[in-house]
Design a protein around this ligand. Structure first.
Ligand code: PRP
Length: 187
């Protein structure tokens, strides 16, 4: 059995109400900025799924949704590494389209930096980033963020798309972890 998160949660960092209120604000801002245009939302799997599905329902310009998955080379479970590779590519072209990449969290910045560089080569009309969380203190490479839900400190977080060894992405809130109390299934 997976360990009950209530045994290791330190605190609720962002409540469901706080998240949903901010998602509504971001949706309104994006709708204003893209009024008169069409958007292609690119959700980065898997963490970005919850945020993307809530965010798109708060945007009132015509939009399409695509998914992309990337993974870090190596096995560092909690530390992103320098190199990323695409494990699921888009099903559509991005040329001449207004692209908004949606992520759950930017940490070192390597993932998004690589995705941006790769998408730029496909000649989109515009390319911006929307992230729910910005763990700014951990940045190793600069990533231009146009829309940010919350800046957070360097704490291990889970819930609302963010996993604990793949579990608990479905929680409606974001919590911080007391790692001393967490029994990782990876040993
Ligand atoms: C997380 C997150 C970002 C990336 C951010 O994904 O969703 O894609 O890490 O880290 P970085 O800024 O240091 O590159 P993860 O690799 O945990 O995959 P997941 O979304 O499938 O959980």
């Amino acid at each position: 059995m997976v360990q009950d998160y209530q045994e290791y949660i330190e605190k609720v960092l962002l409540t469901e109400e706080q998240i949903q209120a901010r998602v509504r604000e971001l949706g309104a801002e994006i709708s204003r900025d893209y009024a008169g245009s069409e958007l292609l939302i690119i959700c980065i799997l898997r963490g970005g799924v919850m945020f993307t599905t809530d965010l798109v329902r708060q945007i009132d310009v015509p939009l399409a949704i695509e998914f992309m998955a990337v993974s870090s080379y190596g096995t560092g479970a909690r530390q992103s590494e320098g190199e990323v590779r695409i494990t699921l590519d888009l099903n559509t072209t991005v040329a001449s389209k207004h692209i908004l990449i949606v992520e759950d969290i930017i940490d070192s910045g390597h993932t998004l930096s690589s995705v941006i560089e790769m998408l730029k080569t496909r000649d989109p009309a515009s390319l911006y980033v929307c992230t729910l969380l910005d763990k700014f203190e951990r940045r190793e490479v600069e990533v231009p963020i146009r829309y940010c839900g919350f800046k957070i400190r360097n704490e291990f977080v889970f819930g609302y798309g963010l996993d604990m060894d793949e579990f608990y992405r479905n929680l409606p809130f974001i919590g911080t972890v007391n790692l001393e109390k967490y029994e990782t299934p990876l040993g």
